[in-house]
Design a protein around this ligand. Structure first.
Ligand code: FES
Length: 297
């Protein structure tokens, strides 16, 4: 019997040391942890970070905000978006419009009366939607524009997390479809670059040439290509969905190329944002006679 009692005591001891205590039985947090910045209950802006964590979201707010204001203004102008063989990327492709670049002629008859017409308004929703739903930009503007959170390990001004599974943020899942459109737009933009080499010869024809505007449009399209071809959705499309990439050499090569661009996706995103704005500005200033396009050839 003493052996049986000892065995029972041993079992009780083992049970008490190996069972998991319930949460309610845990002691309350020590007072020193109550305001811990890693606590999920930290208040808006509360953090233990010592550096200027607000610098990046503030810079994002200023730069992205400037771009949005400029692009909206430029899109509503409906004028000064072409100069010689150059076409502003904000207006490409020009489906309907007054310039010789228009595919289907001038302003369509079905355009509503009283609504200002601009060729850019017909197409800018596609590249705009692509950028708006970009995985990188989401991370940037969620922080900069509605502090969700303002930065890593910094308290945000709300208590619940709704994610991207309800309106309106569920629309972010359209990114892959915007990608298909963006790839199509790249074809149009490279075609614009090709056309930017052909200048009026003064006799009703064209002749090959090279202007600073040609280089501006080519650089912009190169940067836009680097941005779009490094897209996370494209990476998945060309190889990420395959279980054994080693057995699909073509997809593996494509996946490696996209991955190479993808590692610097943020840099491509910002560089192409600046370039597309500057390309429009360049064409606009030349068209308005404020800037002179220097011909190299
Ligand atoms: Fe940025 Fe697709 S993730 S463009």
């Amino acid at each position: 019997m003493p052996d049986a009692e000892a065995a029972a005591r041993s079992r009780r001891a083992m049970t008490s040391t190996t069972s998991t205590p319930s949460l309610s039985s845990l002691p309350p947090l020590a007072p020193s942890l109550a305001g811990d910045p890693l606590s999920p209950r930290r208040g808006f802006g509360q953090t233990s970070r010592r550096g200027a964590w607000w610098g990046v979201p503030l810079g994002t707010f200023v730069v992205l905000g400037t771009f949005i204001v400029y692009a909206t203004w430029a899109a509503f102008q409906g004028a000064h978006y072409t100069f010689g063989p150059y076409l502003s990327p904000f207006y490409s492709p020009e489906l309907w419009g007054p310039s010789p670049h228009a595919w289907f002629g001038p302003k369509p008859t079905w355009w509503p009366e009283g609504v200002p017409f601009s060729a850019a308004l017909l197409i800018l929703w596609a590249p705009g939607g692509f950028r708006l739903t970009c995985y990188y930009y989401r991370g940037a503007y969620y922080k900069a524009f509605w502090a969700d959170p303002p930065a890593c390990a910094v308290g945000e001004p709300r208590k619940s997390y709704l994610g991207e599974n309800a309106l309106p943020l569920i629309a972010q899942n359209l990114h892959r479809f915007f990608l298909y459109l963006a790839l199509l737009f790249l074809v149009f933009l490279w075609h614009d670059v090709w056309k930017a080499f052909w200048f009026d010869d003064g006799a009703g024809g064209t002749r090959f040439g090279l202007g600073v505007g040609t280089l501006v449009l080519a650089l912009n399209t190169f940067l836009l290509s680097g941005y779009a071809l490094g897209c996370h959705s494209l990476r998945h499309l060309v190889g990420g969905r395959i279980d054994q990439l080693s057995k699909a050499p073509a997809q593996r090569r494509a996946w490696s190329c996209v991955s190479c661009l993808n590692t610097r996706h943020m840099k491509w995103a910002w560089a192409s944002l600046f370039s597309v704005m500057l390309a429009d500005l360049y064409v606009r200033l030349c068209s308005m006679g404020i800037w002179t396009d220097w011909r190299i050839l």
